[in-house]
Design a protein around this ligand. Structure first.
Ligand code: ATP
Length: 779
């Protein structure tokens, strides 16, 4: 079988003089070529050059076809662009046209190293450190691998929330043929639209993830570092790892990864562009009573603080958000009242500190509003300037230290919270109260100990920063995997971010990356977690709105007021009556349970006009006269009165006991005296008795003669009046002067007087006959 070489074919073509000849020779050469191809298929080591030539030819043909298709789609593209011009992300594209033109081409110096020109071979990148999650990434649904080049970011509604996305790195749209190119263009447009329409799945919303690349730093340039991050189409991030120049074995082996985010910002993006794409919508939502969070995540020195705070010339997201908020409030000032409160705290070495009023560490508590720092200062702010001053003050208190990587490295996580309360009257004149909270978070840098400083305090700070960021990544993992338990409690940071990650909140994550290949590891780590965070879905949320229903008209209002006043008056009267009843009952129980002394009873019941006004009475009368306006205070007053009465009863009982003792001793003395006297006068008395003219009556003899009713056992009964009509005295007898003893006491109605003046008691000892007898005896 004749074997023709490539040079022969070329020569045959060249030597052809007429078109027929040329066609003939061409057909022949094609046949020859076919034979060659077959041959080379059978023997892979044969004719490599021919194979290359064939491939080049094929590539050229595809390129032409692709160009033709591009022309067809360009008109459609224009139309879509016109529609999207209203969205900030489109403005952002327009302002960076130059960059865009560049970036629609295949990545230049970075990606060129990864591409094989004039080839249709799609090459899969080798990942340097395939983690568990990376391994999972390659498992498609149902176990089949799937190549996703650009469609992974905005998820479709019917996709399961915890689906693991299979992602292999492709060489870019152009290498995948015309069909892929056209599809990508349409997908790009769809994706740009979805940035403005926050995807809402199952009532919740996905965390929006953005990536910002910072410019190469002077230091990095000086050490000759190369750019390893490339942003294409404002969305795709290509990361390339350059082989070590001294590693000759792997010199040509390049590794890289491709990620897709909601939007990616190249190093030329302005602060305003970043703000309007990421945060401006959240500010609007906060004004409508929803919660929003923005947090910057990335390695130390990657540009988080620059993005969040910025500089005086280029203010960052925090400043722009506050300005925007106040300008929006000013625009709406006519339709309601807005109140803005502000707090600023940092988490440093696992302690929470108030940046606006530094002092003792704050304790985190969970209440109805979520996790709150107890005792955190809430400033009411009236203007942007005021907030700026507060921010500055807070930043001065923030912990920053120079590290080897960053001159002004933030060693703490800072959280600025802006609470906007909005009150407005709706059409039905009901008061609508909305509260929205915006949290702006500047995290400390994720870092390796070696990259910063291994010594002393820095290493401790680094450990704590890493600890909290590790806790953050655990939470992200648990949320993505749909676990029931999310380990928020592992660090203060995750506790504070609980709302933002798993609560009812619109959340935005900005991943900051450095372009330097020296930071490849950190950048890859940041992009990995940012990619994971895309899968997190926050809870379904509703505006924090409260409606207070108001009466329909002024007349209704007045009616309601009158009704309330009447009810109040009735309640007061009722209360006063109850108190009176209570007092009467107290007095009765006092009368029943204790033997009353006239003095105390009169002191309780004597009217204020009495000759001896009593302090106790005074206090009760003031209580009854209605000085206490609230039901609580009245109840308290009644309790006080009861206590007072009880105390009086006790005092009276003690007094009675004392008097009883006195009387017993007096009686004893008198009995002794009588006994002595009767002994002395025994004789004459006997004589007298014999005469039968007079009788000596002793107490003892009298007692024996008395009927044994059993009533005279108590010594006090010895003072009872012998008058047969005298009835047993009662409390009311004393007060109504029924008692015969009282009649003889010059109007003095106290029991003490009755006791101290034995004259008042018509005792046998005081009978006139006895007195005379006594004097006789003495004689
Ligand atoms: N987009 C940018 N444009 C210009 N300069 C930037 C940009 N991003 C960051 N820089 C500069 O890079 C340096 C480091 O940035 P920055 O302090 O914001 O890093 P960081 O991520 O907050 O670091 P750390 O975590 O250590 O606090 C700063 O000097 C900052 O001005």
């Amino acid at each position: 079988m004749p074997v023709s070489t490539r040079s022969q074919i070329v020569n045959q073509g060249r030597n052809a003089t007429s078109p027929e000849q040329w066609t003939r020779s061409r057909t022949r050469s094609d046949q020859e070529q076919q034979n060659h191809a077959n041959l080379s298929m059978r023997n892979p080591h044969h004719g490599l050059k021919e194979k290359m030539k064939a491939l080049t030819l094929l590539y050229e043909q595809q390129k032409q076809a692709s160009a033709a298709l591009k022309n067809q789609t360009s008109s459609r593209f224009e139309e879509h662009n016109h529609r999207l011009r209203t969205h900030p992300s489109v403005e952002l594209q327009g302002s960076c046209k130059k960059e865009e033109k560049e970036s629609t081409k295949p990545p230049s110096h970075v990606m060129r190293e990864n591409t094989i020109p004039n080839s249709t071979i799609t090459r899969t990148y080798v990942l340097p450190q395939p983690s568990i999650h990376d391994a999972k990434e390659n498992l498609g649904v149902g176990g089949s691998d799937r190549i996703l080049s650009f469609s992974s970011c905005p998820r479709k509604a019917n996709e399961p929330s915890n689906r693991v996305v299979a992602r292999k790195l492709s060489m870019g749209p152009e290498q995948k043929g015309n069909e892929v190119t056209r599809n990508n263009n349409v997908q790009e447009l769809e994706k740009l639209e979805t940035i403005s329409e926050r995807p809402s799945l199952g009532g919740g919303s996905r965390i929006l993830v953005f990536v910002r690349l910072r410019p190469m730093a002077k230091k990095e340039k000086e050490v000759g570092s190369r750019c390893c991050v490339r942003i294409v189409n404002r969305r795709d991030v290509y990361l390339t790892e350059f082989a070590n120049e001294n590693d000759y074995l792997r010199l040509k082996r390049l590794r890289g990864r491709h990620f897709t985010f909601d939007a990616s910002f190249p190093d030329s993006t302005t602060q305003q562009e970043v703000y309007s794409t990421t945060t401006s919508e959240l500010v609007e939502a906060v004004l409508q009573g929803r919660n929003g969070s923005v947090f910057c995540y990335g390695a130390t020195g990657a540009g988080k603080t620059y993005t969040m705070l910025g500089t005086m010339d280029n203010p960052g997201v925090m400043v722009l958000a506050i300005k925007d908020l106040f300008s929006k409030i000013r625009q709406r000032s006519c339709d309601g009242n807005h109140v803005v409160h502000l707090s600023y705290l940092e988490v440093y070495n696992e302690t929470v500190r108030d940046l606006l009023a530094p002092g003792r560490p704050l304790v985190l508590r969970e209440d109805k509003q979520g996790i709150v720092a107890a005792g955190l200062t809430q400033y009411r702010a009236y203007s942007t300037d005021e907030v700026m001053a507060l921010l500055q003050q807070g930043n001065q208190n923030r912990t920053t230290e120079p590290t080897r990587v960053n001159e002004t490295s933030s060693r703490s996580h800072a959280i600025l919270q802006v609470m906007v309360e909005y009150r407005v009257k709706d059409d039905a004149k009901n008061v609508v109260n909305r509260v929205g909270k915006l949290s702006l978070i500047d995290l400390a840098g994720s870092e390796r100990a070696l990259a910063t400083d291994q010594r002393t305090l820095r290493s401790l700070e680094g450990a704590n920063i890493n600890r909290s960021l590790l806790a953050l990544s655990s939470c992200i993992n648990a949320l993505v995997e749909g676990k029931k338990h999310i380990p928020y409690r592992n660090s203060k940071l995750t506790q504070l971010l609980k709302d933002s990650l798993g609560g009812s909140c619109n959340t935005v994550m900005i991943a900051n990356v450095s372009p330097s290949n020296l930071s490849f590891g950190e950048t890859q780590n940041t992009l990995h977690w940012a990619d994971r965070a895309k899968e997190i879905r926050t809870k379904a949320y509703e505006a924090n709105e409260e409606i207070q229903y108001m009466p329909e008209s002024e007349t209704d209002h007045a009616k309601l007021l009158l009704e309330l006043q009447k009810e109040n008056r009735d309640l007061r009267v009722h209360l006063a009556r109850q108190q009176q009843k209570l007092l009467t009952l107290q007095a009765q129980s006092f009368a029943v349970h204790a033997s009353p002394t006239p003095s105390s009873v009169t002191s309780l019941l004597t009217p204020p006009s009495s000759a001896q006004p009593n302090e106790k009475y005074k206090s009760r009368s003031s209580f009854l006269s209605g000085n206490c306006f609230t039901p609580e205070s009245k109840k308290k007053g009644a309790d006080e009165a009861v206590k007072e009465l009880r105390r009086t009863v006790k005092a009276l009982e003690a007094e009675i006991e004392k008097m009883k003792k006195d009387h017993t001793s007096q009686l004893k003395k008198k009995d002794d005296l009588i006994r002595e006297l009767s002994r002395k006068s025994e004789k004459p008395v006997e004589g007298l008795r014999g005469e039968g003219s007079k009788r000596v009556v002793t107490r003892a003899s009298l007692r024996s003669k008395e009927p044994s009713t059993g009533e005279l056992k108590s010594p006090s009964h010895r003072f009872r009046s012998p008058v047969p009509t005298a009835k047993k005295r009662s409390f009311w007898d004393i007060t109504t002067a029924n008692s015969p003893s009282i009649a003889s006491l010059n109007g003095r109605k106290t029991r003490s007087h009755v006791i101290s003046e034995p004259v008042a008691v018509p005792s046998m000892l005081l009978q006139p006959g006895f007195a005379r007898q006594k004097t006789d005896c003495l004689r």
